[in-house]
Write a protein that binds this ligand. Structure first.
Ligand code: NAD
Length: 245
C-alpha cells in the first residue's frame, strides 16, 4: 500500500533529492549507530569516540579510536543494491543530489556524482590545530607501525578523521548547499536515517515547508514520519531497487 503510493510519487517527480543515513550501508557490512546491531546500541562507550571534547582530552580514547579506524569496515565495504539504485536514478536524470550523513564514500563508489557529504569523510584526516588535511592512509600506516596516536606531521597537533563529531559544527558552505538543494526538491526521500541528528534531520522539515513531498524509507520509526506522505519499512537493499527500478 505505502509502496504503491511511494512509487507513484517517485514516478511523478523530476527533481528528487535523497537524504541518506547509516542505514543504507548496513547491508554493505558497516554498522549504524542506533539500529538493533548499531555501534552505540551494542557498546555505549563507542559514543565517546564520536565526541570531540572527549577525543581531545583523552589520549587513551584516541589510541582506542585509531585501533578502531585501522579495521574500519569502510576500507573493504562494497556498495549494495540500494546505493546502485540511486546511481541509476541519477543517470536517468531524475535525482538532483544525494545529501548524505555517511562518511563511507559508498555513494561515490557506486557511481553517484552529485553527493553532498554533510558529515565529512573517514578517508581523510584533519589536524584539530592547523586544519591540515591528508589521506587517512598515511596516518593508518603510522598506527600500524606502532604509533598509538599519530600527531599532525605539519604542526604536531591532534589528528582526527575528517568527519563531523558531536560537538563540532558542520561546514557552513556544505550545509548551505544542502539546504539549497533540498529547498528545490519536488520529492525528498529520507533513507536509512533515524533522523535524530541535527541539523541534518531538519532538512526533512525544510523540504516539506518548501513544498516537497516527503517519503521516509527506514526500518524503524523516525520523528519525521508524521511529515511524510508515505513511510516505507524494510531493508533498503530490497526497498530502493523495488521503488526505483
Ligand atoms: P542512525 O544509526 O542514527 O540510524 C540508522 C537508521 O537506519 C536506524 O533507524 C535503523 O533502524 C535504520 N536501518 C539500519 N539498517 C537498515 C536497513 N538495512 N534498511 C532500512 N533501514 C535500516 O544513523 P544516522 O541517522 O545516519 O545518524 C547517525 C550518524 O552516524 C551520522 O552522523 C553518520 O555520520 C554516522 N554514521 C555513519 C556511518 C556510515 O557512514 N555508514 C555509519 C555509522 C554512523
Amino acid at each position: 500500500m505505502g509502496t504503491d503510493r511511494a512509487r507513484k510519487l517517485i514516478a511523478a517527480a523530476d527533481r528528487i533529492v535523497v537524504l541518506s543515513g547509516a542505514g543504507i550501508s548496513t547491508d554493505s557490512g558497516i554498522p549504524d549507530f542506533r539500529g538493533p546491531d548499531g555501534l552505540w546500541t551494542k557498546n555505549p562507550d563507542a559514543q565517546r569516540m564520536s565526541n570531540l571534547r572527549e577525543y581531545q582530552r583523552d589520549p587513551a580514547l584516541r589510541a582506542q579510536t585509531w585501533q578502531a579506524r585501522l579495521v574500519h569496515p569502510a576500507w573493504t565495504a562494497e556498495p549494495n543494491a540500494a546505493h546502485l539504485a540511486l546511481t541509476r536514478l541519477e543517470h536517468a536524470g531524475r535525482l538532483a543530489a544525494i545529501v548524505t550523513q555517511n562518511i563511507d564514500r559508498l555513494h561515490q563508489r557506486a557511481g553517484s556524482r552529485r553527493v553532498i557529504e554533510l558529515h565529512g569523510t573517514i578517508f581523510d584526516t584533519v589536524c584539530l590545530s592547523c586544519a591540515d588535511v591528508r589521506p587517512m592512509r598515511e596516518a593508518l600506516d603510522r598506527v600500524a607501525a606502532g604509533d598509538a596516536d599519530p600527531p599532525c606531521p605539519r604542526c604536531g597537533g591532534i589528528l582526527k578523521s575528517a568527519t563531523v563529531s558531536f560537538g563540532q559544527a558542520l561546514d557552513r558552505a556544505v550545509l548551505d548547499e544542502a539546504r539549497a538543494v533540498v529547498e528545490s526538491a519536488e520529492l525528498l526521500m529520507a533513507v536509512g536515517s533515524s533522523l535524530t541528528v541535527q541539523p541534518a534531520a531538519g532538512l526533512v522539515g525544510l523540504a516539506a515547508q518548501a513544498g516537497a513531498a516527503v517519503v521516509v524509507c527506514n526500518a524503524s520509526a523516525t520523528p519525521y514520519d508524521g511529515v511524510a506522505e508515505v513511510v516505507v519499512r524494510g531493508p533498503l537493499s530490497s526497498v530502493l531497487p523495488d521503488l526505483l527500478g
